[in-house]
Design a protein around this ligand. Structure first.
Ligand code: NAD
Length: 352
């Protein structure tokens, strides 16, 4: 068989990137023909949402600032009733994956487009994947209607992202790229984007000594765009599956969980994914990409073991059972024994 064989279908992507690019938002919303948008944010970013709404002026039908992690159905219902009340014809989601997730849920329910203004590095704005949590269970799905129709990446809006969250959010982005490199549906363009995304983030993170470093922020957001695009274009494997199970079952923080687990999954999969390892060696500038990931996060005061997130050893077995219950793509065979070892190492922080 041909080792270069691949299939690749590009997703629609309409992106504007650059410091100050938020000033073009109003023109973009007008160009889309939207006349009455709902501006979305978390409570913590209500101030920014207010500034953006002021810029949009008469195009704003409502501001809704209750976006919450994991997109609870109650919040979706509440926001949806605002959409219906004001007759909103689009969403402008300003924030991280939680806020963009709410925009996607509204796009799904009301068939209205979302314009995304990402302020973290999670990458949700580049994917057609939605998630909604009901009774503690997060349901996810893919639908083209939730893929944001326009994305404005303005690094100035991420200057206020606390350094610890910046580090874990950057590691979350790297995780998308790592899994894209060993995805069953990987392809050359996406692999190039993945390698460049890891390189951008791994270069910028250690240089980000203070929050208000615009050059560093710009590189991180650039990497987040690339890594998010990889997430949207490929099938994720063991790492995302494990983080989804751990996050959903034990309500662990999303980016922290990714940051802790990724080196252990890379350690597990490396023997079966030589092309991913080679790309990561180049991107991280080291022969040992597992150690490279550990070094990257050691600069920061962020959790480095599942134990630190409050998980117990008994919880690990629950996670193993859940992970074995539904099969999914992975370059290396996933066995209960292998998972037990992997999770025990991530739990104790064996790699440091
Ligand atoms: P988040 O959106 O929950 O943001 C974390 C916190 O940081 C929030 O309190 C937010 O208000 C604050 N914040 C965000 N930007 C800020 C800024 N610039 N300055 C100051 N504070 C800021 O976290 P996240 O990691 O971006 O997103 C995680 C969620 O996104 C998870 O629920 C995850 O499942 C989802 N996600 C979905 C996809 C997808 O494709 N559907 C992809 C990635 C992540």
């Amino acid at each position: 068989s041909d080792p270069l064989a691949f299939s690749y279908a590009a997703q629609p992507m309409d992106v504007t990137f650059g410091a100050g690019s938020i000033s073009g938002l109003r023109a973009e919303v007008e160009a889309l023909g939207l006349t009455r948008v709902i501006v979305l944010s978390t409570p913590g970013q209500a101030g920014l949402a207010g500034e953006i709404a002021a810029q949009l002026g008469p195009l704003v039908g409502a501001i809704f600032t209750k976006a919450t992690m994991h997109v609870p159905i109650e919040i979706v219902d509440e926001a949806a009733s605002v959409v219906a009340k004001v007759g909103a014809d689009g969403c402008v989601a300003v924030g991280g994956g939680s806020t963009i997730g709410l925009g996607k849920a509204l796009s799904l329910r009301h068939r209205i487009p979302t314009v995304a203004v990402p302020t973290t590095y999670a990458g949700s704005e580049m994917t057609p994947v939605w998630g909604i949590t009901e009774n503690g269970v997060k349901t996810t799905g893919r639908d083209r209607v939730v893929l944001p129709v326009k994305v404005i990446y303005d690094p100035e809006l991420s200057l206020a992202l606390p350094l610890g969250i910046s580090a874990t959010s950057g590691m979350n982005a790297i995780a998308h790229a790592v899994e894209a490199l060993w995805a069953p549906d990987r392809s050359p363009l996406i692999s190039l984007m993945a390698e460049e995304g890891v390189r951008a983030i791994a270069t910028a993170l250690p240089q980000l000594k203070h929050g208000a470093d615009l050059a560093g922020r710009s590189n991180l957001l650039y990497g987040a765009w690339l890594c998010g695009s990889c997430l949207g274009a490929t099938t994720m494997s063991l790492h995302h599956k494990l983080c989804h199970i751990l996050g959903g079952t034990f309500n662990l923080p999303h980016a922290d969980t990714h940051t802790i687990v990724l080196p252990y999954v890379l350690e597990y999969n490396a023997p079966a994914a030589p092309q991913a390892v080679a790309a990561l060696q180049r991107a991280l500038g080291t022969d040992d990409p597992v150690a490279g990931l550990i070094t990257l996060r050691q600069d920061w005061d962020v959790p480095s073991s599942l134990k630190q997130l409050g998980l117990t050893q008994n919880d690990l077995e629950t996670a193993v059972d859940a992970a074995i219950a539904s099969p999914y793509a992975n370059p290396r065979e996933v066995t209960a024994e292998g998972l037990r070892t992997l999770l025990a190492r991530a739990w104790s922080g064996a790699l440091g």
